[in-house]
Design a protein around this ligand. Structure first.
Ligand code: GLN
Length: 223
């Protein structure tokens, strides 16, 4: 990825193939209460965009999209409650700003969690925590990317760490990626989720896809 300034100049002289213009300023927030937030911050910066560690409800006003990272969903849920994030996130979601949940973040955003307290319900999926097996707590595999051209390719090297399984998806949920016939990357409107950790590899395609969702929501662009 070219540095932001070079991309900007290339764009201005009509030589760039990226879609950023000098009027577009995007800040991606990463919920930094617990979990793998630093790696997401790095991935956003590497993609050439602004990143903010979000620790207070007020900071939600400074960002255009939010990532809820992997970690421990029970802890993240408790901290969301403790710091008054629940209502603020509902407001953020209703304002149509994009939200991306990875692993524990997926659990937090889901409609239903089997044998557990339900999530925020921003995406119509039913989730089973730690369902990829206790013995193999962690594994790396190529997943298949579906349909979505913007993901640039058909495979993605995914890191699964005590990952949740998506057991059911609602009719409005798009399947974007699968592993062994199970959906591991999905989207409903402005909410994107994945069961793995895209921030732990060098491949920035999924972060770039999310940033593109933000661009479109912020500037009402169709492409
Ligand atoms: N197993 C964790 C949970 O249920 C999620 C693991 C992860 O985020 N890597 O919260």
């Amino acid at each position: 990825m070219l540095p932001r300034l070079i991309r900007k100049i290339l764009f201005q002289i009509g030589a760039g193939n990226n879609k950023m213009s000098d009027t577009e300023k995007i800040t991606v927030g990463v919920l930094a209460l617990q979990g793998a937030f630093r790696e997401h911050i790095k991935a956003i910066k590497k993609s050439g965009y602004g990143a903010l560690e979000v620790r207070t409800v007020e900071q939600l006003n400074e960002i255009d999209g939010l990532i809820i990272p992997g970690g421990e969903s029970t802890t993240i849920n408790k901290l969301l409650e403790k710091y008054g994030f629940r209502e603020a996130l509902v407001k953020f979601y209703k304002s149509s700003k994009p939200i991306f949940g990875t692993c524990a973040g997926l659990i937090v955003l889901s409609k239903k969690v089997i044998n557990n307290k339900s999530g925020l319900g921003f995406i119509d999926i039913i989730v089973d925590r730690n369902a990829y097996g206790r013995q193999i707590d962690s594994f790396e595999e190529y997943i298949d990317l579906k349909k979505e051209q913007n993901l640039n390719g058909s495979k993605f090297h995914a890191v699964f760490i005590r990952a949740p399984k998506i057991k059911e998806i609602g009719s409005k949920v798009e399947e974007l990626g699968c592993y062994k016939n199970e959906v591991v990357l999905a989207r409903e409107g402005n909410v994107l989720v994945c069961a793995f950790h895209p921030e732990l590899t060098e491949d920035l395609r999924i972060h770039q896809y999310f940033i593109d969702m933000i661009r479109k929501s912020k500037y009402h662009k169709k492409n």
